[in-house]
Design a protein around this ligand. Structure first.
Ligand code: 3PY
Ligand code: ZN
Length: 637
Protein backbone atom coordinates (compact mmCIF):
# COMPACT_ATOMS: atom_id res chain seq x y z
CA UNK A 1 0.00 0.00 0.00
CA UNK A 2 2.88 2.38 0.73
CA UNK A 3 4.19 1.93 -2.82
CA UNK A 4 0.65 2.26 -4.19
CA UNK A 5 0.37 5.51 -2.33
CA UNK A 6 3.45 6.87 -4.05
CA UNK A 7 2.49 5.60 -7.49
CA UNK A 8 -1.02 7.01 -7.21
CA UNK A 9 -0.03 10.34 -5.74
CA UNK A 10 -0.85 13.24 -8.01
CA UNK A 11 2.62 14.73 -7.68
CA UNK A 12 4.20 11.47 -8.66
CA UNK A 13 1.91 10.97 -11.61
CA UNK A 14 2.65 14.46 -12.85
CA UNK A 15 6.32 13.54 -12.67
CA UNK A 16 7.08 16.36 -10.27
CA UNK A 17 8.74 14.25 -7.62
CA UNK A 18 11.56 15.90 -5.71
CA UNK A 19 13.98 14.40 -3.21
CA UNK A 20 11.86 15.64 -0.35
CA UNK A 21 8.58 14.43 -1.76
CA UNK A 22 8.44 11.24 0.26
CA UNK A 23 9.75 12.81 3.42
CA UNK A 24 7.35 15.74 3.30
CA UNK A 25 4.19 14.00 2.17
CA UNK A 26 2.75 12.69 5.42
CA UNK A 27 -0.30 11.13 3.79
CA UNK A 28 1.92 8.53 2.17
CA UNK A 29 2.61 7.12 5.59
CA UNK A 30 -0.98 7.23 6.77
CA UNK A 31 -1.86 3.93 5.22
CA UNK A 32 1.21 2.27 6.63
CA UNK A 33 0.28 3.59 10.05
CA UNK A 34 -3.29 2.38 9.79
CA UNK A 35 -2.11 -0.98 8.46
CA UNK A 36 0.11 -1.15 11.50
CA UNK A 37 -2.86 -0.42 13.73
CA UNK A 38 -4.94 -3.04 11.98
CA UNK A 39 -2.20 -5.59 12.59
CA UNK A 40 -2.14 -4.76 16.28
CA UNK A 41 -5.89 -5.09 16.44
CA UNK A 42 -5.96 -8.55 14.89
CA UNK A 43 -3.09 -9.56 17.13
CA UNK A 44 -5.24 -8.65 20.09
CA UNK A 45 -8.28 -10.47 18.73
CA UNK A 46 -6.13 -13.46 17.78
CA UNK A 47 -4.72 -13.60 21.28
CA UNK A 48 -8.17 -13.52 22.89
CA UNK A 49 -9.40 -16.16 20.43
CA UNK A 50 -6.50 -18.50 21.18
CA UNK A 51 -5.74 -17.76 24.83
CA UNK A 52 -8.79 -15.93 26.14
CA UNK A 53 -8.83 -12.51 27.77
CA UNK A 54 -6.64 -12.79 30.89
CA UNK A 55 -9.28 -10.85 32.85
CA UNK A 56 -11.93 -13.49 32.14
CA UNK A 57 -11.51 -16.45 34.44
CA UNK A 58 -14.37 -18.77 33.58
CA UNK A 59 -16.46 -18.82 30.42
CA UNK A 60 -19.90 -20.36 30.11
CA UNK A 61 -19.78 -21.99 26.67
CA UNK A 62 -23.57 -22.10 26.43
CA UNK A 63 -23.98 -18.38 27.03
CA UNK A 64 -25.78 -16.46 24.28
CA UNK A 65 -26.27 -12.73 23.93
CA UNK A 66 -28.97 -10.52 22.48
CA UNK A 67 -27.86 -7.43 20.60
CA UNK A 68 -28.64 -4.39 22.77
CA UNK A 69 -31.10 -1.99 21.14
CA UNK A 70 -29.88 1.59 21.08
CA UNK A 71 -32.78 3.94 21.82
CA UNK A 72 -33.58 6.26 18.92
CA UNK A 73 -32.75 9.94 19.03
CA UNK A 74 -32.63 12.92 16.68
CA UNK A 75 -29.07 12.70 15.41
CA UNK A 76 -29.19 16.08 13.75
CA UNK A 77 -30.99 17.85 16.55
CA UNK A 78 -29.08 20.30 18.70
CA UNK A 79 -28.65 19.47 22.33
CA UNK A 80 -31.31 20.97 24.56
CA UNK A 81 -29.79 23.21 27.21
CA UNK A 82 -29.12 21.44 30.47
CA UNK A 83 -27.34 21.87 33.77
CA UNK A 84 -23.91 22.20 32.16
CA UNK A 85 -25.09 25.21 30.17
CA UNK A 86 -26.57 26.64 33.33
CA UNK A 87 -23.30 26.23 35.22
CA UNK A 88 -21.46 28.01 32.42
CA UNK A 89 -24.01 30.81 32.52
CA UNK A 90 -24.24 31.24 36.28
CA UNK A 91 -20.91 30.08 37.71
CA UNK A 92 -20.77 27.70 40.68
CA UNK A 93 -22.07 29.97 43.48
CA UNK A 94 -25.19 31.13 41.68
CA UNK A 95 -25.72 27.68 40.28
CA UNK A 96 -25.83 26.26 43.81
CA UNK A 97 -28.40 28.90 44.76
CA UNK A 98 -30.49 27.99 41.73
CA UNK A 99 -30.41 24.34 42.74
CA UNK A 100 -31.41 25.10 46.29
CA UNK A 101 -34.43 27.04 45.04
CA UNK A 102 -35.64 24.31 42.75
CA UNK A 103 -38.86 22.74 43.90
CA UNK A 104 -38.65 19.58 41.84
CA UNK A 105 -36.36 16.76 42.84
CA UNK A 106 -33.23 16.31 40.70
CA UNK A 107 -31.43 13.14 39.68
CA UNK A 108 -27.85 12.02 39.21
CA UNK A 109 -27.51 9.00 36.99
CA UNK A 110 -24.74 6.73 38.30
CA UNK A 111 -25.05 4.02 35.64
CA UNK A 112 -21.67 4.78 34.12
CA UNK A 113 -19.74 4.85 37.41
CA UNK A 114 -20.99 3.60 40.73
CA UNK A 115 -23.66 1.23 39.41
CA UNK A 116 -21.26 -0.90 37.41
CA UNK A 117 -18.53 -0.43 40.01
CA UNK A 118 -20.91 -1.96 42.55
CA UNK A 119 -22.47 -4.66 40.37
CA UNK A 120 -19.90 -5.61 37.73
CA UNK A 121 -16.54 -5.05 39.40
CA UNK A 122 -16.17 -1.71 37.56
CA UNK A 123 -15.64 -3.44 34.22
CA UNK A 124 -18.08 -1.40 32.08
CA UNK A 125 -16.24 -0.36 28.93
CA UNK A 126 -16.28 3.02 27.24
CA UNK A 127 -17.55 1.33 24.08
CA UNK A 128 -20.92 0.52 25.67
CA UNK A 129 -21.23 3.98 27.19
CA UNK A 130 -20.49 5.83 23.96
CA UNK A 131 -23.14 3.87 22.11
CA UNK A 132 -25.83 5.69 24.11
CA UNK A 133 -24.20 8.81 25.56
CA UNK A 134 -25.21 11.27 22.85
CA UNK A 135 -28.72 9.91 22.56
CA UNK A 136 -29.19 9.96 26.30
CA UNK A 137 -28.05 13.56 26.58
CA UNK A 138 -30.40 14.56 23.74
CA UNK A 139 -33.36 12.58 25.07
CA UNK A 140 -32.91 13.43 28.74
CA UNK A 141 -31.50 16.93 29.14
CA UNK A 142 -33.38 17.27 32.46
CA UNK A 143 -30.96 14.97 34.28
CA UNK A 144 -28.97 16.89 36.90
CA UNK A 145 -25.68 15.09 36.39
CA UNK A 146 -24.08 11.97 35.01
CA UNK A 147 -21.64 10.32 37.36
CA UNK A 148 -19.12 8.91 34.90
CA UNK A 149 -15.67 9.09 36.41
CA UNK A 150 -13.47 8.61 39.44
CA UNK A 151 -13.80 6.13 42.28
CA UNK A 152 -12.44 2.80 41.12
CA UNK A 153 -13.05 3.46 37.41
CA UNK A 154 -9.72 5.19 36.92
CA UNK A 155 -7.69 2.24 38.15
CA UNK A 156 -9.83 -0.43 36.47
CA UNK A 157 -9.80 1.38 33.11
CA UNK A 158 -6.03 1.13 33.01
CA UNK A 159 -5.44 -2.09 34.90
CA UNK A 160 -8.04 -4.42 33.42
CA UNK A 161 -9.63 -2.75 30.43
CA UNK A 162 -6.42 -1.29 29.02
CA UNK A 163 -8.24 1.93 28.27
CA UNK A 164 -7.15 5.47 28.89
CA UNK A 165 -9.52 6.87 31.55
CA UNK A 166 -8.89 10.42 30.31
CA UNK A 167 -9.93 9.44 26.82
CA UNK A 168 -13.16 8.01 28.25
CA UNK A 169 -13.82 11.29 30.01
CA UNK A 170 -13.12 13.40 26.90
CA UNK A 171 -15.32 11.23 24.70
CA UNK A 172 -18.19 11.33 27.17
CA UNK A 173 -17.80 15.09 27.46
CA UNK A 174 -18.07 15.42 23.70
CA UNK A 175 -21.14 13.23 23.60
CA UNK A 176 -22.86 14.93 26.53
CA UNK A 177 -22.00 18.63 26.36
CA UNK A 178 -25.25 19.81 27.97
CA UNK A 179 -25.37 17.83 31.23
CA UNK A 180 -23.04 18.12 34.21
CA UNK A 181 -20.49 15.34 34.42
CA UNK A 182 -19.65 14.18 37.90
CA UNK A 183 -16.77 12.32 39.48
CA UNK A 184 -15.96 10.79 42.86
CA UNK A 185 -12.69 11.80 44.47
CA UNK A 186 -11.32 10.40 47.73
CA UNK A 187 -9.91 13.65 49.12
CA UNK A 188 -6.16 13.38 49.65
CA UNK A 189 -6.28 9.82 48.31
CA UNK A 190 -7.43 11.05 44.88
CA UNK A 191 -8.63 8.06 42.92
CA UNK A 192 -6.17 5.80 44.71
CA UNK A 193 -5.82 3.93 47.98
CA UNK A 194 -3.27 6.08 49.75
CA UNK A 195 -2.39 9.74 50.26
CA UNK A 196 -0.69 11.65 47.43
CA UNK A 197 1.25 14.91 47.52
CA UNK A 198 -1.05 17.94 47.64
CA UNK A 199 0.23 19.42 44.42
CA UNK A 200 -0.43 16.16 42.62
CA UNK A 201 -4.04 16.16 43.80
CA UNK A 202 -4.33 19.82 42.79
CA UNK A 203 -3.08 19.09 39.29
CA UNK A 204 -5.33 16.06 39.05
CA UNK A 205 -8.39 18.14 39.97
CA UNK A 206 -7.43 20.83 37.48
CA UNK A 207 -6.98 18.33 34.65
CA UNK A 208 -10.19 16.50 35.54
CA UNK A 209 -12.01 19.78 35.03
CA UNK A 210 -10.08 20.61 31.85
CA UNK A 211 -11.01 17.24 30.40
CA UNK A 212 -14.68 17.31 31.33
CA UNK A 213 -15.59 16.95 35.03
CA UNK A 214 -17.99 19.57 36.48
CA UNK A 215 -19.10 18.14 39.82
CA UNK A 216 -16.45 16.89 42.22
CA UNK A 217 -17.89 14.70 44.96
CA UNK A 218 -15.19 14.88 47.58
CA UNK A 219 -15.04 12.63 50.61
CA UNK A 220 -12.54 11.25 53.04
CA UNK A 221 -12.58 7.63 54.13
CA UNK A 222 -12.42 8.65 57.80
CA UNK A 223 -14.58 11.81 57.45
CA UNK A 224 -11.44 13.81 58.24
CA UNK A 225 -11.85 17.49 57.37
CA UNK A 226 -8.11 17.86 56.88
CA UNK A 227 -8.38 15.66 53.83
CA UNK A 228 -11.69 17.05 52.55
CA UNK A 229 -10.98 20.79 52.89
CA UNK A 230 -7.83 21.01 50.72
CA UNK A 231 -9.62 19.18 47.94
CA UNK A 232 -12.57 21.58 48.09
CA UNK A 233 -10.02 24.34 47.84
CA UNK A 234 -8.45 22.80 44.74
CA UNK A 235 -11.85 22.72 43.04
CA UNK A 236 -12.58 26.33 44.04
CA UNK A 237 -9.25 27.74 42.94
CA UNK A 238 -8.32 25.62 39.95
CA UNK A 239 -11.65 24.91 38.24
CA UNK A 240 -14.98 26.50 37.40
CA UNK A 241 -16.74 23.40 38.70
CA UNK A 242 -18.82 22.51 41.72
CA UNK A 243 -17.24 21.24 44.92
CA UNK A 244 -19.57 18.72 46.51
CA UNK A 245 -18.02 18.18 49.92
CA UNK A 246 -19.43 14.99 51.36
CA UNK A 247 -19.99 13.42 54.70
CA UNK A 248 -19.91 9.64 54.79
CA UNK A 249 -22.87 8.26 56.70
CA UNK A 250 -22.33 5.34 59.02
CA UNK A 251 -24.05 3.89 62.08
CA UNK A 252 -27.66 4.79 62.83
CA UNK A 253 -28.65 8.20 64.17
CA UNK A 254 -31.92 6.75 65.49
CA UNK A 255 -30.19 4.18 67.69
CA UNK A 256 -29.74 5.68 71.17
CA UNK A 257 -27.01 3.14 71.93
CA UNK A 258 -24.78 4.36 69.17
CA UNK A 259 -23.24 7.50 70.50
CA UNK A 260 -20.37 8.10 68.10
CA UNK A 261 -22.04 9.08 64.84
CA UNK A 262 -25.02 11.06 66.08
CA UNK A 263 -27.19 13.64 64.38
CA UNK A 264 -25.14 16.34 66.14
CA UNK A 265 -21.96 14.82 64.77
CA UNK A 266 -23.27 14.98 61.21
CA UNK A 267 -24.61 18.51 61.61
CA UNK A 268 -21.22 19.71 62.80
CA UNK A 269 -19.44 17.94 59.97
CA UNK A 270 -21.87 19.41 57.43
CA UNK A 271 -21.20 22.89 58.80
CA UNK A 272 -17.47 22.30 58.55
CA UNK A 273 -17.91 21.21 54.95
CA UNK A 274 -20.02 24.27 54.15
CA UNK A 275 -17.48 26.53 55.84
CA UNK A 276 -14.69 24.93 53.83
CA UNK A 277 -16.38 26.35 50.73
CA UNK A 278 -18.39 23.46 49.34
CA UNK A 279 -21.07 24.48 46.85
CA UNK A 280 -23.15 21.37 47.54
CA UNK A 281 -23.28 19.01 50.52
CA UNK A 282 -23.10 15.34 49.64
CA UNK A 283 -24.50 12.70 51.97
CA UNK A 284 -22.59 9.65 50.95
CA UNK A 285 -24.32 6.57 52.27
CA UNK A 286 -21.83 4.13 50.78
CA UNK A 287 -23.17 1.05 52.55
CA UNK A 288 -26.87 1.89 52.38
CA UNK A 289 -27.26 2.28 56.14
CA UNK A 290 -29.38 5.42 56.10
CA UNK A 291 -32.84 4.12 56.93
CA UNK A 292 -35.95 6.00 55.79
CA UNK A 293 -36.86 7.66 59.08
CA UNK A 294 -33.24 8.45 59.82
CA UNK A 295 -33.02 10.09 56.40
CA UNK A 296 -36.00 12.26 57.26
CA UNK A 297 -34.38 13.38 60.51
CA UNK A 298 -30.98 13.94 58.98
CA UNK A 299 -32.11 15.84 55.90
CA UNK A 300 -34.62 17.95 57.84
CA UNK A 301 -31.95 18.94 60.35
CA UNK A 302 -29.36 19.70 57.70
CA UNK A 303 -31.85 21.73 55.67
CA UNK A 304 -32.33 24.02 58.62
CA UNK A 305 -28.67 24.16 59.66
CA UNK A 306 -26.85 24.76 56.39
CA UNK A 307 -27.42 26.94 53.35
CA UNK A 308 -26.11 24.86 50.49
CA UNK A 309 -28.14 22.29 48.51
CA UNK A 310 -28.03 18.64 49.58
CA UNK A 311 -27.28 15.68 47.34
CA UNK A 312 -28.01 12.18 48.65
CA UNK A 313 -26.24 9.02 47.58
CA UNK A 314 -27.06 5.50 48.73
CA UNK A 315 -26.71 1.82 47.84
CA UNK A 316 -29.71 -0.49 47.82
CA UNK A 317 -27.94 -3.45 49.45
CA UNK A 318 -30.79 -3.93 51.94
CA UNK A 319 -33.40 -3.29 49.21
CA UNK A 320 -35.31 -0.67 51.21
CA UNK A 321 -33.43 2.42 50.01
CA UNK A 322 -36.15 3.76 47.71
CA UNK A 323 -38.08 4.37 50.91
CA UNK A 324 -35.09 6.33 52.15
CA UNK A 325 -35.31 8.51 49.04
CA UNK A 326 -39.02 9.02 49.59
CA UNK A 327 -38.48 10.30 53.13
CA UNK A 328 -35.44 12.36 52.15
CA UNK A 329 -37.44 13.96 49.34
CA UNK A 330 -40.24 14.74 51.78
CA UNK A 331 -37.62 16.36 54.01
CA UNK A 332 -36.41 18.55 51.15
CA UNK A 333 -33.29 16.89 49.76
CA UNK A 334 -32.32 18.52 46.45
CA UNK A 335 -30.75 15.73 44.39
CA UNK A 336 -30.70 11.92 44.69
CA UNK A 337 -28.49 9.33 42.99
CA UNK A 338 -30.15 6.63 40.92
CA UNK A 339 -29.11 4.07 38.31
CA UNK A 340 -30.94 3.02 35.17
CA UNK A 341 -33.16 0.02 35.87
CA UNK A 342 -31.06 -2.64 34.17
CA UNK A 343 -28.05 -1.71 36.30
CA UNK A 344 -29.75 -0.74 39.52
CA UNK A 345 -30.65 -2.20 42.86
CA UNK A 346 -28.79 -4.52 45.24
CA UNK A 347 -25.31 -3.14 45.86
CA UNK A 348 -25.88 -0.35 43.28
CA UNK A 349 -28.21 2.66 43.47
CA UNK A 350 -32.02 2.54 43.56
CA UNK A 351 -33.84 2.20 40.25
CA UNK A 352 -34.12 5.53 38.37
CA UNK A 353 -37.14 4.46 36.36
CA UNK A 354 -39.03 3.17 39.38
CA UNK A 355 -38.17 6.15 41.60
CA UNK A 356 -39.61 8.43 38.90
CA UNK A 357 -42.80 6.40 38.94
CA UNK A 358 -42.89 6.62 42.74
CA UNK A 359 -42.93 10.41 42.51
CA UNK A 360 -45.44 10.81 39.70
CA UNK A 361 -48.16 13.35 40.55
CA UNK A 362 -46.26 14.38 43.68
CA UNK A 363 -45.54 18.09 43.97
CA UNK A 364 -41.81 17.44 43.71
CA UNK A 365 -42.12 15.33 40.55
CA UNK A 366 -39.50 15.89 37.85
CA UNK A 367 -41.12 15.01 34.56
CA UNK A 368 -38.55 12.96 32.79
CA UNK A 369 -39.71 10.90 29.82
CA UNK A 370 -40.20 7.50 31.51
CA UNK A 371 -40.95 5.35 28.44
CA UNK A 372 -37.77 6.65 26.81
CA UNK A 373 -35.85 6.07 30.00
CA UNK A 374 -37.16 2.50 30.06
CA UNK A 375 -35.56 1.97 26.65
CA UNK A 376 -32.20 2.92 28.16
CA UNK A 377 -32.83 0.55 31.05
CA UNK A 378 -33.45 -2.21 28.52
CA UNK A 379 -30.27 -1.30 26.69
CA UNK A 380 -28.22 -1.71 29.87
CA UNK A 381 -30.04 -4.90 30.76
CA UNK A 382 -28.85 -6.40 27.46
CA UNK A 383 -25.34 -4.92 27.67
CA UNK A 384 -24.99 -6.28 31.21
CA UNK A 385 -25.03 -9.82 29.83
CA UNK A 386 -21.65 -9.24 28.20
CA UNK A 387 -20.25 -8.76 31.67
CA UNK A 388 -21.77 -11.89 33.19
CA UNK A 389 -18.35 -13.16 34.28
CA UNK A 390 -18.01 -10.14 36.56
CA UNK A 391 -21.37 -10.51 38.31
CA UNK A 392 -20.98 -11.00 42.05
CA UNK A 393 -23.62 -13.70 42.32
CA UNK A 394 -25.68 -11.78 44.88
CA UNK A 395 -29.32 -12.50 44.26
CA UNK A 396 -31.24 -10.68 46.95
CA UNK A 397 -31.02 -7.73 49.27
CA UNK A 398 -29.74 -8.35 52.76
CA UNK A 399 -30.77 -6.93 56.13
CA UNK A 400 -27.40 -8.00 57.51
CA UNK A 401 -25.83 -4.93 55.98
CA UNK A 402 -26.96 -2.99 59.08
CA UNK A 403 -24.71 -5.23 61.19
CA UNK A 404 -21.58 -5.54 59.09
CA UNK A 405 -21.85 -2.10 57.36
CA UNK A 406 -19.93 -3.17 54.26
CA UNK A 407 -20.06 -0.60 51.42
CA UNK A 408 -21.95 -1.68 48.29
CA UNK A 409 -18.96 -1.76 46.01
CA UNK A 410 -16.92 -3.74 48.47
CA UNK A 411 -19.69 -6.19 49.33
CA UNK A 412 -20.01 -7.41 45.75
CA UNK A 413 -16.22 -7.71 45.50
CA UNK A 414 -15.83 -9.65 48.71
CA UNK A 415 -17.39 -12.80 47.34
CA UNK A 416 -14.91 -13.25 44.47
CA UNK A 417 -12.10 -12.29 46.86
CA UNK A 418 -13.20 -14.95 49.33
CA UNK A 419 -13.34 -17.40 46.45
CA UNK A 420 -9.79 -16.53 45.41
CA UNK A 421 -8.62 -17.22 48.97
CA UNK A 422 -10.40 -20.57 48.95
CA UNK A 423 -12.91 -19.27 51.50
CA UNK A 424 -16.15 -19.37 49.47
CA UNK A 425 -17.91 -21.48 52.04
CA UNK A 426 -16.93 -19.03 54.77
CA UNK A 427 -18.28 -15.87 53.12
CA UNK A 428 -20.74 -15.11 55.90
CA UNK A 429 -18.02 -15.67 58.48
CA UNK A 430 -16.04 -12.97 56.68
CA UNK A 431 -18.92 -10.50 56.58
CA UNK A 432 -19.58 -11.11 60.28
CA UNK A 433 -15.90 -10.71 61.08
CA UNK A 434 -15.92 -7.45 59.11
CA UNK A 435 -18.41 -6.04 61.61
CA UNK A 436 -16.34 -7.29 64.52
CA UNK A 437 -13.14 -5.83 63.13
CA UNK A 438 -14.92 -2.51 62.81
CA UNK A 439 -15.75 -2.59 66.49
CA UNK A 440 -12.20 -3.62 67.35
CA UNK A 441 -10.90 -0.63 65.36
CA UNK A 442 -13.12 1.66 67.41
CA UNK A 443 -16.07 1.89 64.96
CA UNK A 444 -14.51 3.79 62.07
CA UNK A 445 -16.02 5.18 58.88
CA UNK A 446 -15.68 2.46 56.27
CA UNK A 447 -15.35 3.50 52.67
CA UNK A 448 -12.48 3.26 50.18
CA UNK A 449 -9.71 3.01 51.29
CA UNK A 450 -10.50 2.52 55.04
CA UNK A 451 -13.07 -0.16 54.13
CA UNK A 452 -10.41 -2.11 52.30
CA UNK A 453 -8.32 -2.21 55.46
CA UNK A 454 -11.22 -3.60 57.51
CA UNK A 455 -11.85 -6.15 54.73
CA UNK A 456 -8.19 -7.16 54.59
CA UNK A 457 -8.15 -7.67 58.35
CA UNK A 458 -11.39 -9.69 58.34
CA UNK A 459 -10.13 -11.98 55.59
CA UNK A 460 -6.78 -12.31 57.28
CA UNK A 461 -8.33 -13.35 60.59
CA UNK A 462 -10.76 -15.81 59.03
CA UNK A 463 -8.18 -17.41 56.77
CA UNK A 464 -5.74 -17.80 59.69
CA UNK A 465 -8.46 -19.01 62.06
CA UNK A 466 -7.81 -16.12 64.42
CA UNK A 467 -10.44 -14.41 66.56
CA UNK A 468 -10.89 -10.87 67.85
CA UNK A 469 -9.98 -12.27 71.28
CA UNK A 470 -6.67 -13.56 69.87
CA UNK A 471 -5.88 -10.09 68.59
CA UNK A 472 -6.73 -8.50 71.92
CA UNK A 473 -4.79 -11.04 73.95
CA UNK A 474 -1.68 -11.58 71.89
CA UNK A 475 -1.67 -8.91 69.17
CA UNK A 476 2.07 -8.23 69.68
CA UNK A 477 2.83 -11.74 68.36
CA UNK A 478 0.70 -11.39 65.24
CA UNK A 479 2.07 -9.83 62.08
CA UNK A 480 -0.81 -7.86 60.62
CA UNK A 481 -1.52 -7.10 56.94
CA UNK A 482 0.43 -4.14 55.61
CA UNK A 483 -2.73 -2.09 55.02
CA UNK A 484 -3.68 -2.46 58.70
CA UNK A 485 -0.27 -1.25 59.83
CA UNK A 486 -0.53 1.68 57.46
CA UNK A 487 -3.98 2.71 58.74
CA UNK A 488 -2.86 2.64 62.36
CA UNK A 489 0.24 4.59 61.50
CA UNK A 490 -1.92 7.45 60.27
CA UNK A 491 -1.25 7.05 56.58
CA UNK A 492 -4.95 7.36 55.74
CA UNK A 493 -5.43 10.24 58.17
CA UNK A 494 -7.14 10.35 61.56
CA UNK A 495 -10.40 8.66 62.57
CA UNK A 496 -13.26 10.22 64.48
CA UNK A 497 -12.17 9.97 68.11
CA UNK A 498 -8.86 8.15 68.19
CA UNK A 499 -7.44 4.77 67.32
CA UNK A 500 -7.72 2.42 70.32
CA UNK A 501 -4.33 2.89 71.95
CA UNK A 502 -3.55 -0.69 73.03
CA UNK A 503 -4.50 -2.11 69.68
CA UNK A 504 -2.46 0.54 67.89
CA UNK A 505 0.57 -0.43 69.93
CA UNK A 506 0.29 -4.11 69.19
CA UNK A 507 -0.23 -3.46 65.49
CA UNK A 508 2.58 -0.94 65.08
CA UNK A 509 5.08 -2.66 67.36
CA UNK A 510 8.21 -0.45 67.02
CA UNK A 511 6.84 1.86 64.35
CA UNK A 512 5.73 5.36 65.27
CA UNK A 513 2.31 6.75 64.43
CA UNK A 514 1.71 10.31 63.30
CA UNK A 515 -1.36 12.48 63.65
CA UNK A 516 -0.71 15.27 61.15
CA UNK A 517 -1.69 15.08 57.48
CA UNK A 518 -0.06 12.14 55.67
CA UNK A 519 0.58 14.53 52.79
CA UNK A 520 2.95 16.45 55.05
CA UNK A 521 5.26 13.43 54.81
CA UNK A 522 5.28 13.43 51.02
CA UNK A 523 7.56 15.32 48.63
CA UNK A 524 5.71 17.61 46.20
CA UNK A 525 5.94 16.59 42.56
CA UNK A 526 8.38 18.59 40.41
CA UNK A 527 6.15 18.61 37.35
CA UNK A 528 8.57 20.16 34.92
CA UNK A 529 11.54 17.92 35.61
CA UNK A 530 9.58 14.74 36.15
CA UNK A 531 7.46 15.22 33.04
CA UNK A 532 10.63 15.48 30.96
CA UNK A 533 11.92 12.19 32.37
CA UNK A 534 8.53 10.64 31.84
CA UNK A 535 8.50 11.67 28.18
CA UNK A 536 11.91 10.14 27.66
CA UNK A 537 10.88 6.75 28.99
CA UNK A 538 7.44 6.54 27.43
CA UNK A 539 8.05 8.36 24.20
CA UNK A 540 7.38 5.85 21.50
CA UNK A 541 4.51 3.91 20.10
CA UNK A 542 1.42 5.65 21.40
CA UNK A 543 0.69 7.14 17.99
CA UNK A 544 0.41 10.55 19.66
CA UNK A 545 2.36 12.84 21.93
CA UNK A 546 2.14 12.09 25.63
CA UNK A 547 0.58 14.80 27.72
CA UNK A 548 0.08 15.84 31.30
CA UNK A 549 -2.90 13.51 31.75
CA UNK A 550 -0.73 10.50 30.88
CA UNK A 551 1.80 11.76 33.37
CA UNK A 552 -0.90 11.99 36.05
CA UNK A 553 -1.99 8.41 35.33
CA UNK A 554 1.61 7.38 35.71
CA UNK A 555 2.08 9.27 38.98
CA UNK A 556 -1.11 7.83 40.50
CA UNK A 557 -0.57 4.26 39.31
CA UNK A 558 3.03 3.79 38.07
CA UNK A 559 2.98 0.00 37.59
CA UNK A 560 -0.55 -0.10 36.25
CA UNK A 561 0.30 2.66 33.77
CA UNK A 562 3.35 0.74 32.60
CA UNK A 563 1.19 -2.34 32.03
CA UNK A 564 -1.37 -0.38 30.01
CA UNK A 565 1.41 1.32 28.04
CA UNK A 566 3.01 -1.98 27.07
CA UNK A 567 -0.39 -3.35 26.15
CA UNK A 568 -0.87 -0.32 23.91
CA UNK A 569 2.49 -0.84 22.22
CA UNK A 570 1.59 -4.42 21.43
CA UNK A 571 -2.11 -4.16 20.61
CA UNK A 572 -2.85 -0.50 19.99
CA UNK A 573 -6.01 1.15 21.27
CA UNK A 574 -8.49 -1.58 22.20
CA UNK A 575 -11.23 0.74 23.41
CA UNK A 576 -13.35 0.47 20.27
CA UNK A 577 -13.49 -3.31 20.05
CA UNK A 578 -17.04 -4.53 20.69
CA UNK A 579 -17.35 -5.83 24.24
CA UNK A 580 -18.34 -9.37 23.36
CA UNK A 581 -15.19 -9.71 21.22
CA UNK A 582 -13.00 -7.92 23.71
CA UNK A 583 -13.80 -10.44 26.43
CA UNK A 584 -14.64 -13.59 24.50
CA UNK A 585 -12.97 -13.35 21.07
CA UNK A 586 -14.82 -14.09 17.83
CA UNK A 587 -16.85 -16.95 16.39
CA UNK A 588 -15.85 -18.44 13.03
CA UNK A 589 -17.30 -16.39 10.17
CA UNK A 590 -18.30 -13.63 12.57
CA UNK A 591 -17.91 -10.18 11.08
CA UNK A 592 -17.38 -7.09 13.21
CA UNK A 593 -16.76 -3.42 12.60
CA UNK A 594 -14.04 -1.72 14.61
CA UNK A 595 -13.34 1.99 14.49
CA UNK A 596 -9.67 2.90 14.60
CA UNK A 597 -8.36 6.07 16.15
CA UNK A 598 -9.08 8.59 13.46
CA UNK A 599 -12.57 7.41 12.64
CA UNK A 600 -11.36 4.89 10.06
CA UNK A 601 -13.36 1.69 10.24
CA UNK A 602 -12.27 -1.87 9.66
CA UNK A 603 -14.47 -4.77 8.75
CA UNK A 604 -12.92 -7.79 10.46
CA UNK A 605 -13.99 -11.36 9.82
CA UNK A 606 -12.61 -14.49 11.47
CA UNK A 607 -11.88 -17.09 8.79
CA UNK A 608 -10.10 -19.90 10.58
CA UNK A 609 -8.09 -20.87 13.63
CA UNK A 610 -5.37 -23.46 13.04
CA UNK A 611 -3.99 -26.12 15.35
CA UNK A 612 -0.87 -25.35 17.35
CA UNK A 613 2.36 -26.34 15.56
CA UNK A 614 5.31 -28.00 17.31
CA UNK A 615 6.26 -24.72 18.95
CA UNK A 616 2.70 -24.18 20.11
CA UNK A 617 2.08 -21.40 17.61
CA UNK A 618 -1.42 -21.05 16.19
CA UNK A 619 -2.16 -19.31 12.90
CA UNK A 620 -5.36 -17.32 12.91
CA UNK A 621 -6.79 -16.11 9.59
CA UNK A 622 -8.86 -12.97 9.32
CA UNK A 623 -10.27 -10.92 6.51
CA UNK A 624 -9.77 -7.22 6.99
CA UNK A 625 -11.81 -5.07 4.65
CA UNK A 626 -11.91 -8.09 2.34
CA UNK A 627 -8.18 -8.84 2.36
CA UNK A 628 -6.87 -11.96 4.04
CA UNK A 629 -4.52 -11.41 6.95
CA UNK A 630 -3.08 -14.01 9.26
CA UNK A 631 -1.47 -13.67 12.66
CA UNK A 632 0.67 -16.11 14.59
CA UNK A 633 -0.29 -16.49 18.20
CA UNK A 634 1.64 -18.38 20.83
CA UNK A 635 -0.77 -20.74 22.56
CA UNK A 636 -0.03 -20.23 26.22
CA UNK A 637 -2.10 -23.17 27.44
C1 3PY B 1 -15.13 4.69 45.82
O1 3PY B 1 -14.37 5.33 46.54
O2 3PY B 1 -14.79 4.22 44.74
C2 3PY B 1 -16.50 4.51 46.25
O3 3PY B 1 -17.38 4.29 45.46
C3 3PY B 1 -16.72 4.60 47.68
O4 3PY B 1 -18.02 4.38 48.01
ZN1 ZN C 1 -21.41 4.68 46.20
Amino acid sequence: PFLDNILNHETFRKGEVTVNFIRDTKSLFAIRESRNRATKLVNFLGDVIVNGNPDVKKIDKTKTFVTPTIPKFEENALYTKGTKDLLTELGPEKFAKWLKNEKKIHFTDTTMRDAHQSLLATRMRTYDMLKVAEGFAKNHPEVFSMEVWGGATFDVCLRFLNENPWERLRELRKAMPNILLQMLIRGSNGVGYTAYPDNLIGKFVEQSWENGVDVFRIFDSLNWMKSIAPCIEHVRTRTGGLAEGSLCYTGDILDPNRTKYTLEYYIQLAKDIENAGAHILGIKDMAGLLKPYAAYELVSALKSEINIPIHLHTHDTSSVQSATYLKAIEAGVDVVDVALGGLSGLTAQPNFNAVLEMLKFNDRENSIDIPKLNEYSNYWEAVREYYYVFESGLKAGTGEVYQHEIPGGQYSNLKPQAQALGLSDRFHEITKMYGEVNELFGDIVKVTPSSKVVGDMAQYLVSNNLTIEDVKKRGETISFPQSVVSLFKGELGQPVGEFPKDLQKSILKDQKAFTDRPNAHLEPVDFEAEFKDFEKVFKKGMGRALDITDFLSYKLYPKVFLGAYNHHLKYGNVMNIPTKNFFYGMDLEEEIIVTLDQGKTLLVQLISVGDPNDEGVVTVFFKINGQTRNVEIQDSA
